[in-house]
Design a protein. Structure first.
Length: 280
């Protein structure tokens, strides 16, 4: 089975009541013993789409409230509104009767999304200035064998050489809190659910400036899906510019190889290490 079809299988939902689904989580999309945030984003996107008359969550927000273990979860959907052009709703993810994640979104179909185009966001200069062949495979095993999370092995991800912090000499003064990369799930052009996964695939970008900082959890993730890519491979650019009391926003833009902006996101993330530990 190719990587794209495998991911679609990982999103299969079992209906157990009206607007209620059970999911057997696929551990291949985990970080250690907990599901990856982008995987949960895609799952809850899928649950809402199954409950409304539209096909894409064009604007969504997910909040990660409690840790999820390697067990089944239940998704409950509450539909707020449906109309010809859009619909909206809320998805709650439960495990052992505890709410662990909440997802809300506005949904539509791309054929309804017609109108003025302008103020286009282009890929950064490094997209054209650095050949794709110079990018490095995302693989943390050079730090410690088995350190690479399992979800990374379910796609191809090559990172700009200036952002491959695990495979270069660290120079904090010159390094950016950034990760630019090519991503591909072999076997299919990314759909709306793959894009929901991709917006959280990159490692925390602060690692490119400060080195590995341990567990850096995401508290919330907002995603805007603009169109389906025209190419199987996409280019992603994750950037953070401000850290305040351990919290920082990580922004992401995704383009296909025809330079169409297909998705954008912003996530609120926290460095759990103290300032004293960071200085060591």
């Amino acid at each position: 089975m190719n990587q794209f079809d495998q991911f679609q299988n990982a999103l299969l939902l079992e209906p157990i009541a009206v607007n209620k689904y059970r999911v057997n989580l696929d551990s291949r999309y985990f970080v250690g013993k907990t599901p990856h945030g982008g995987y949960l984003n895609a799952l809850m996107h899928k649950a809402l789409i199954l409950s409304v008359p539209h096909t894409v969550a064009i604007s969504s927000s997910i909040q990660y409230l409690n840790r999820i273990e390697v067990n089944d979860v239940v998704l409950e959907v509450e539909v707020f509104k449906t109309s010809k052009g859009s619909s909206s709703g809320l998805v709650k993810l439960y495990q052992d009767k505890k709410i662990c994640t909440v997802f809300n979104a506005i949904c539509s179909d791309f054929e309804h999304m017609k109108g003025f185009d302008g103020l286009l966001t282009n890929p950064p200069d490094l997209y054209k200035n650095t050949p794709k062949r110079d990018y490095k495979n995302l693989n943390y095993d050079v730090i410690s064998p088995g350190f690479t999370p399992s979800f990374i092995h379910q796609l191809s991800c090559t990172v700009h050489p200036n952002h491959a912090w695990w495979d270069r000499d660290m120079d904090e003064a010159d390094a950016e809190a950034r990760c630019s990369a090519y991503m591909q799930m072999e076997g299919g052009v990314p759909d709306q659910f793959v894009l929901s996964f991709y917006v959280d695939v990159a490692p925390p970008v602060v690692s490119n400036k400060y080195g590995p900082l341990g567990w850096i959890p995401t508290y919330s993730l907002t995603t805007h899906i603009r169109q389906i890519p025209t190419t199987e491979i996409v280019f992603v650019d994750f950037v953070a510019k401000d850290i305040n009391k351990g919290y920082f926003e990580q922004d992401c833009n995704i383009w296909d190889l025809n330079e169409n902006l297909v998705a954008s996101s912003r996530q609120l993330t926290r460095i759990l290490k103290s300032e004293e530990k960071l200085s060591k």
